[in-house]
Design a protein around this ligand. Structure first.
Ligand code: ATP
Length: 138
């Protein structure tokens, strides 16, 4: 079954209730969830595909500044369905083209954009394993 990894980022953990409400109303099924605080090494590991990007340092500062909520979701087509619900990376752009999306409603800008979603089956597998190691409980 297809799965994906979602993250409520530090700008939006205080709105986790509202965001989880939207997720459930849309019919997504959350199969694992936890709150944790990433250190710099962990954040770098999570965002390894962004090595060399000009915004990486900003992104690492942001994602480590407070707790995140990581969750696994399962279901047919869940990777693209979740990214569709997120809307465009830039929250301002999201407000223009997808006003009902999560980033339009809860995000601030291009960096503080409320939530993350895996972009492929490969990154989903890696990111789920990162937060929920298969050797761990559950
Ligand atoms: P995510 O991977 O978090 O779901 P995404 O796939 O929409 O987001 P990416 O291009 O993978 O966007 O960038 C990852 C994250 O890095 C973005 O969600 C955002 O927080 C930050 N980011 C992306 N582009 C920029 C930018 N130009 N300036 C600042 N921050 C950025």
């Amino acid at each position: 079954k297809e799965r994906t990894l979602g993250i409520i980022k530090p700008d939006s953990t205080a709105k986790m209730g509202q965001i989880l409400d939207v997720i459930y109303q849309k019919g997504f099924m959350i199969t694992q969830l936890k709150m944790c605080q990433l250190n710099r090494n962990e954040a770098f590991q999570l965002y390894q595909e962004h090595q060399g990007k000009p915004f990486l340092d900003n992104l690492l500062n942001f994602i480590t500044r407070g707790p995140v909520i990581a969750f696994e979701m399962m279901g047919p087509g869940v990777i693209s369905a979740w990214r569709e619900l997120l809307g465009p990376t830039d929250s301002a752009e999201a407000r223009k083209v997808a006003p009902q999306s999560i980033r339009a409603r809860f995000g601030k800008d291009n960096t503080e954009n409320a939530c993350h979603g895996s972009d492929s089956t490969t990154s989903a597998a890696r990111e789920v394993e990162f937060f929920f190691p298969s050797t761990g409980p559950g």
